[in-house]
Design a protein around this ligand. Structure first.
Ligand SMILES: Nc1ncnc2c1ncn2[C@@H]1O[C@H](COP(=O)(O)OP(=O)(O)OP(=O)(O)O)[C@@H](O)[C@H]1O
Ligand SMILES: CC(C)(CO)[C@@H](O)C(=O)[O-]
Ligand code: BAL
Length: 284
C-alpha cells in the first residue's frame, strides 16, 4: 500500500496506473474507519483495478461551533485497517495541501444543499461539494463510493455530478449497521453506555415508519406521529428533525405515491446522529 500526502506524488502514481489502462475507484472518508467505510472499500475493490481511499477531515464543511477540532482521529489504526483490506493507495493530505490559500471558488447547490441538514448546518454541503470536486479533480476516478447513511450528501453529489457533467460514476452503498440496528458512524464512539443503548431508537423508529408505508399508508402524518411517539418515549434522545421526502430529489412528499426516504437527525447527549431508510408504498 502506498500513502501520499501531496497531490503531485499522488498524481504521479495514478498517471502511471492510468497509462497502463487501469480503472481507478475513489472512497472519500474523514478517517476513524469502521465497518461502514470498509464496505465502501470492499465494493470499490471489486469494481476497480486501483482503489484510492482519501482520509481528510475537511474543515470547510464544519461550522464555527461544530466539532472539527474534536472529530475523532486515529491515522495509525486507519492505515492498519486499509493495509489489511489490501487497498492500493491512501491519500492523506494536510489542510495546507488542500487549501494553500483561502478559496475564492466553491460549488453550492440551491436548494438541495440548503434544505434538511443544510438548514441545520449552514454551508456544510457547499464545503462537502467543493472538497469532493477537488478530490475528483485530483484523483480523476472512474467511480466514487458514498454511503447511503449520509443520504442527503449522496443526493447532493449525484446532482452535482449530473449538473456539472463530471466524468465519474457515483456508487451509493447501503448502510452498515450494528447488530441492534444502529447505523455505524465515527461519532458513535462518543456515546456513553446509556446513550449507546438509547440510540437504538433511531433505527427502530425508521423500521416502524417504513413498515407503515410498506403496509399501504399514503399519508405521511400518521407515520411521522408514530415515529415521534417512539422518540418521545426515549428520554435520552432529542429528535432534531424527521422528514419524509421523495427518494430521488428530496422534494417534499405531501402524499406517499412513489419511493420515499425517511430522514432522522437526533441528539444523544452532545452527539448528533443521522439515519435514514427508504420505503416504497405498498398496496393501500
Ligand atoms: N454505516 C455506514 N454504512 C455505509 N457507509 C457509511 C457508513 N457510515 C459512513 N459511511 C460512508 O463513509 C463515507 C465517509 O464517511 P465519514 O468518514 O464521514 O464517516 P461517518 O461514520 O459517516 O462519520 P460521521 O460521524 O461524520 O457520520 C461517507 O460516504 C459515508 O456515507
Ligand atoms: C464525503 C466527505 C469525505 C467529504 O469531506 C465527508 O463528507 C464524509 O466523510 O462523508
Ligand atoms: N459524514 C458526514 C460528514 C460530516 O458530518 O461532516
Amino acid at each position: 500500500m502506498e500513502r501520499y500526502e501531496t497531490i503531485a506524488e499522488l498524481r504521479g502514481a495514478l498517471g502511471a496506473a492510468r497509462r497502463a489502462g487501469k480503472t481507478v475507484g475513489l472512497v472519500p472518508t474523514m478517517g476513524f474507519l469502521h465497518a461502514g467505510h470498509l464496505e465502501l472499500v470492499r465494493r470499490a475493490m471489486l469494481e476497480n483495478d486501483v482503489v484510492v481511499v482519501s482520509i481528510f477531515v475537511n474543515p470547510t464543511q464544519f461550522g464555527p461551533s461544530e466539532d472539527f477540532a474534536t472529530y475523532p482521529r486515529d491515522p495509525d489504526r486507519d492505515l492498519a485497517l486499509l493495509r489489511e483490506a489490501k487497498v492500493d493507495v491512501v491519500f492523506a493530505p494536510t489542510v495546507e495541501e488542500m487549501y494553500p490559500r483561502p478559496l475564492q471558488t466553491s460549488v453550492s447547490l440551491k436548494p438541495l444543499g440548503e434544505i434538511l441538514i443544510g438548514k441545520v448546518r449552514p454551508g456544510h454541503f457547499a464545503g462537502v461539494a467543493t472538497v469532493v470536486t477537488k478530490l475528483f479533480n485530483i484523483v480523476q476516478p472512474d467511480k466514487a463510493y458514498f454511503g447511503e447513511k449520509d443520504f442527503q450528501q449522496l443526493t447532493v453529489i449525484r446532482r452535482m455530478v449530473a449538473d456539472l457533467n463530471l466524468p465519474v460514476a457515483i456508487v451509493g452503498v447501503p448502510t452498515v449497521r450494528e447488530p441492534d440496528g444502529l447505523a455505524m458512524s465515527s461519532r458513535n464512539v462518543r456515546l456513553t453506555p446509556g446513550g449507546r443503548h438509547a440510540a437504538r431508537v433511531l433505527s427502530a423508529a425508521l423500521a416502524e415508519g417504513a413498515a407503515m408505508i410498506e403496509a399501504g399508508e399514503r399519508d405521511p402524518a400518521p407515520v411521522l406521529a408514530a415515529m415521534r411517539a417512539r422518540f418521545g418515549a426515549e428520554p435520552g434522545v432529542t429528535l432534531r428533525s424527521l422528514d419524509i421526502r421523495a427518494a430521488e430529489t428530496l422534494d417534499p412528499a405531501p402524499r406517499i405515491d412513489g419511493p420515499v426516504v425517511i430522514l432522522v437527525t437526533a441528539e444523544v447527549g452532545p452527539v448528533l446522529l443521522i439515519d435514514q431508510r427508504t420505503a416504497r408504498p405498498g398496496p393501500g
